[in-house]
Write a protein that binds this ligand. Structure first.
Ligand code: ZN
Length: 574
């Protein structure tokens, strides 16, 4: 987020063509929803309360068939205007299970939001915006909302980001509460609940808060044909909020972090005071011809021979465009590394060259995708054989890695991600055969340094499903043993003592992970510390193995005890 007033003004001058106070620029060529379809709320009670598809189907279809007409007032390529006598349920099923791909050709469909009305205006026609459609259930108070599928695919993930403007309207008599139901959440593992409500941004107060309430997620019975047997039905995320007239609110799955925000942030580093610390470059262009920034941080004041000897730490982020937490984490890393006065920052710059690509999937970020690029490809499954057509950015990064390896060793790699299902932050590493526990040392250090880090969620093996990821390729193809993926939850972290108590992440907490990540790198690179920790870990694990064997021998017939021992062993390092 841009907190500094000058930055915000610069931002407006550079990017925004509107008078909006929030730094999400309007972009051309996105789809968005405008005014809602209207439907009678009385017919919707069953839909709200039942998760059985049959009950829902019968009640809803019967009720809605009695309606004379539904006036569809949204604009969309796939649905005609003024459809009469449709059934709401059938329409939803057909909308949600539409097999048609949204491709770049469809981006020509542009319409400015319609704001000269006393209606509530939905808008997602801005950078990273994602809302496909809104449907008015009860006049001025309740809406069903539909998330747009990823560009280039028909799959829906959970990323949503849209604004709502409430003009003054005399029809509100008592309370000013709006209720939204996002009806096409593809899975129920979302971490939203009363402890972690949905995020909203109030443009009058200029800040994000979680002042939403009555937050629930439930199986809504609308069959999800795209997911075959994996999940039978879509889920609804429902939430309410109090509003003021003539105010615009933004709602998002997690804190947005746009390409424009990244460019602004990098601009703040392009100053004289940092000129011997940071250099800017690019690793090519995205499919939509956006520059992919690449930065190098080291002490450039050193003599050339010293610089030549330095090993490299290679960091990448945001290959999954909806995983915005990873951008705040890597911004925390960069902030730490460029610190002029901090002794550890100075030490790290003197010892290493940091090559950082803070945002890989820029087109996906701009168009509000969660997982894929705008050709519908999951770039983190393209590392084995990236190509010029679908995955040129991964191809270019691999070339940069090859180029780097011609000149210096890459000692450490980490790819930063956000996680939608799990709380806390954690690492995926790669097991090194021969040197037992080496990959676990960094996990142990980070656990000590950061209270949102959960070592029990760490994984040290490359599963078959992850064989084409950046972490796996850096390890298997480029032989970089310390190759990691750092996951930070998009929503929450837990209390280390009471894991059922959830706290919502905020931006500062994400940046703190980046800060502690650098502290941990410093400890990892201290060879005395490294060897001490390795010995400690191996001794500890040997001790556990011995204890485990003794227990198994002594209590061979006691299955319960045996299981408990296995469990405690696993809990230390998975
Ligand atoms: Zn990811």
């Amino acid at each position: 987020m841009i907190n500094n007033h000058n930055d915000l003004n610069n931002y407006k001058k550079l990017v925004l063509n509107t008078s909006e106070e929030i730094p999400y620029s309007r972009i051309k060529n996105t789809m968005f929803c405008t005014e809602a379809i209207k439907i009678n709320k009385n017919n919707m009670n069953k839909y709200q309360q039942n998760d059985s598809m049959n009950i829902l189907n019968n009640n809803l279809t019967n009720n809605i068939n009695n309606q004379k007409s539904l006036k569809v007032v949204y604009h969309d390529k796939y649905f005609k205007e003024n459809i009469n006598k449709i059934t709401y349920y059938e329409e939803l099923v057909s909308i949600l299970n539409n097999e048609q791909l949204i491709t770049l050709n469809d981006l020509n469909y542009i319409k400015e939001p319609f704001i000269n009305s006393n209606k509530i205006i939905f808008d997602s026609n801005f950078e990273s915006g994602n809302l496909h459609m809104s449907i008015e259930l009860e006049e001025l108070s309740e809406y069903d909302l539909i998330i747009r599928p990823e560009f280039g695919t028909n799959k829906v993930y959970q990323w949503f980001f849209f604004s709502v403007y409430v003009p003054k309207n005399e029809n509100y008599i008592n309370n000013k509460i709006l209720k939204f139901n996002i009806i096409n959440i593809p899975k129920d593992k979302s971490q939203f609940n009363s402890q972690c409500p949905v995020l909203m941004y109030n443009t009058t107060l200029n800040k994000w808060s979680r002042n939403t309430f009555n937050v629930f997620i439930y199986n809504n019975g609308i069959k999800n044909e795209k997911l075959k047997n994996e999940y039978l039905a879509y889920f609804t995320l429902t939430f309410s909020f109090n509003f003021e007239f003539n105010t615009k609110y933004y709602f998002a799955y997690s804190y947005p972090y746009t390409y424009t925000q990244l460019k602004l942030y990098l601009n703040t580093l392009n100053k004289d005071m940092y000129k011997n610390i940071i250099k800017f470059g690019k690793v090519g262009l995205t499919i939509n011809k956006n520059i992919i920034p690449y930065i190098v941080i080291t002490n450039f004041n050193s003599n050339i021979n010293e610089i030549k000897k330095r090993k490299c730490v290679f960091l990448t982020s945001r290959i999954h465009p909806g995983e915005t937490s990873s951008s705040y984490v890597i911004q925390g890393v960069i902030n730490f590394l460029i610190n002029i006065k901090n002794k550890i920052s100075i030490f790290l710059r003197n010892k290493y060259i940091f090559k950082i690509i803070p945002m890989i999937n820029i087109d996906g970020v701009i168009y509000g995708n969660y997982r894929t690029n705008i050709k519908g490809r999951d770039l983190n499954r393209m590392w084995v054989e990236p190509n010029e057509i679908h995955s040129s950015c991964v191809l270019n990064i691999k070339k940069l890695i090859q180029f780097t390896l011609l000149h210096r060793e890459i000692e450490f790699y980490c790819d930063f991600h956000g996680h939608s299902n799990k709380s806390n932050c954690f690492l995926y590493g790669c097991e090194k055969k021969g040197v037992q526990n080496m990959e676990k040392i960094f996990m142990k250090i980070l656990q000590k340094n950061n209270n949102t880090f959960d070592i029990n969620s760490c994984v040290n093996k490359i599963n078959q499903s992850k064989i084409k990821t950046g972490r796996a390729i850096l390890k298997n193809e480029f032989k970089i043993d310390l190759s990691y993926c750092l996951e930070s939850s998009m929503i929450s972290y837990t209390n280390p003592i009471n894991s059922k108590k959830y706290f919502p992440f905020n931006i500062e907490k994400y940046k703190k992970i980046g800060f502690d990540f650098c502290l941990s790198l410093n400890e990892l690179f201290d060879s005395n510390n490294f060897n001490r920790l390795l010995n400690e870990l191996n001794t500890f694990n040997n001790f556990l193995n011995i204890t485990h064997q003794i227990n198994v021998n002594n209590e061979n017939n006691n299955n319960n005890n045996n299981q408990n021992n296995n469990k405690s062993n696993n809990n230390i390092f998975i």
